[in-house]
Ligand binder design. Structure first.
Ligand SMILES: *Cc1c(COP(=O)(O)O)cnc(C)c1O
Length: 498
């Protein structure tokens, strides 16, 4: 199985090359030429397996140039060495009859990004053996808060690799910022930018694809790669947890094997929900995918109208990891639904670049609507949902998860669709203590980040994860901030290259 670029079907690379390059030279994203099928018999065979074993089964299908032993070793190092606080890696919490929260935040940085970013460095190490020709790998990351920390933690200490993270200075939660600026490790660097996430992502993408920059790195024996969800090596491990969650529901008797489920996902860059779409495409019995947005509801509008329009006000919300107006991974969905029509994708992405807007054909819009439902909720509703869930179920959710829960409830009320649901729970609530505390008490003034955590704990008794507690004692190492237009220079400075 080879990988194509979404913008040029003549580009054909191996899975190792796709993982090392991160993005295609033409600006397109790598996608597998064929999606392996997952039959009911195979799902049945996965039921008794551990998470790490299920991961091997699924991932090996997509990594034909890896040996089976290599996939096994990558999975073992990520999921069987105590890096996650739950041995199940991604356990389900049954909130109510037919409503299950998929807890994706038991990893070292307490957000769902860990599930992929704990294994990506291992996938890259194997891929580099085949394709990097001994060059040092420079991982560039744009983050809306959680990817940055999870990537830093995943790549810390990785051989022959350095990682640079750019985050919007005023667009992440206090805990997210503290986690990043206190990051330990010799091969890491972090830089704020005076702009929003889209500025950071656009900057990183253009640095990646600029031939002059690539050449300059090459002459220093370095190559770029990406740890953002534009990298296939990020998406692939995310397919696994939807399949694993389905297995858990079937194994526990909550559903019968073959029954359909709905999946709701709080969405920003469209990576997490795209992984669910790919699981569905493989044959996982999934009915509707419910795409939940905050007030930056560009995806809700797109799915409901067929027009993607990023020319709108950008809001800073209480769910900052979804404060995004350019959802990169949507390109992969459009490519798939257009039947790999690169002409169409180039036209749409060209319109997006030139005018900040594109319209898909009526038939494409119909196809999208036949799979996806989209909705959004604002900060007030998000807070109310956190409180309602706490009052009703004695269970604490973060702001991002609350957006998905609310949009799911709205969907269920509007449609009466009682299909069992999996809702992606993407972060631990203590990553967003101020907003969660305010949701419960109406007030969070006058306390510092750690006092807020303590107070939230006193009220709820919900356990504070150790990695967030331990940020308290760490010193700040990275306090640089640059303008978006200076990111390229910042890269040279941070790498100490001429
Ligand atoms: C990254 C993130 C999201 C959005 O995920 P995408 O893959 O970008 O759509 C949602 N919630 C949290 C907590 C996140 O960190």
């Amino acid at each position: 199985m080879m990988y194509n670029s979404t913008r040029d079907n003549s580009v054909r690379v191996t899975s190792s090359q796709a993982i090392i390059q991160g993005i295609s030279k033409d600006g397109g994203l790598f996608v597998p030429q064929k999606f392996p099928a997952l039959g009911i018999e195979e799902i049945l065979a996965l039921l008794p397996l551990s998470y790490a074993e299920r991961a091997v089964f699924v991932m090996a299908k997509y990594l034909p140039d890896f040996t089976y032993e290599e996939v096994l070793e990558c999975s073992r190092l990520a999921y069987n060495t105590g890096r996650f606080r739950s041995a199940d890696i991604a356990p389900l919490y049954r909130m109510d009859s037919g409503i299950n929260l998929l807890e994706l935040w038991h990893g070292p940085t307490c957000a769902f990004k860990d599930v992929a970013l704990q294994i990506l460095p291992h996938l890259m190490r194997v891929s580099a053996k085949r394709t990097a020709e001994g060059r040092e790998i420079i991982i560039l990351v744009a983050t809306s808060g959680d990817t940055g920390k999870a990537a830093l933690e995943g790549f810390r200490g990785a051989d022959n690799t350095r990682i640079l993270v750019f985050y919007p200075e005023d667009g992440v939660s206090p805990m997210q910022k503290l986690q990043m600026v206190t990051q330990e490790g010799e091969n890491v660097a972090v830089c704020g930018i005076s702009g929003n996430f889209d500025d950071a992502q656009t900057g990183v993408k253009s640095i990646f694809t600029d031939p002059k920059v690539i050449e300059r790195l090459k002459s220093n024996n370095m190559i770029f790669s990406s740890a953002n969800s534009i990298n296939w090596g990020r998406l692939l491990p995310q397919i696994v947890y939807y399949i694993s969650a389905y297995c858990d529901l079937a194994a526990s008797g909550a559903i019968k094997l073959g029954d359909r489920v709905n999946i709701a996902v709080p969405t920003g860059n469209f990576g997490n929900i795209l992984a669910a779409y790919y699981a569905r495409k493989m044959g996982l019995p999934v009915s509707r995918l419910i795409c939940a947005s905050n007030k930056n509801k560009v995806l809700t509008d797109f799915i409901n109208t067929g027009v993607y329009d990023k020319n709108r006000e950008f809001y800073l919300t209480t769910s900052p990891s979804m404060d995004i107006l350019i959802s990169s991974n949507l390109e992969r969905l459009l490519y798939d639904l257009s039947g790999c029509d690169v002409g169409e994708i180039n036209r749409l992405m060209g319109d997006l670049k030139a005018r900040g807007e594109y319209r898909v054909s009526a038939s494409m819009a119909e196809k999208i609507k036949s799979v996806f439902h989209a909705g959004w909720c604002d900060d007030l509703q998000t807070a109310k949902t956190i409180k309602d869930i706490y009052d009703s179920y004695d269970y604490l959710i973060d702001t991002h998860t609350a957006v998905a829960v609310q949009v799911y409830f709205d969907y269920k009320r509007q449609t009466g669709d009682a299909t069992p649901a999996i809702i992606a729970s993407t972060a631990n609530p203590y990553k967003f203590s101020a907003s969660v505390l305010k949701a419960l008490t109406g007030d969070a003034g006058g306390l510092d980040e750690f006092e807020k955590m303590d107070k939230l704990y006193r009220i709820t008794g919900f356990e504070i994860p150790e990695p967030l507690l331990s940020v308290r004692g760490k010193s700040k190492r990275f306090e640089y901030v640059c303008k978006p237009s200076d990111m390229e220079q910042a890269v040279y400075n941070l790498l100490h290259i001429e």
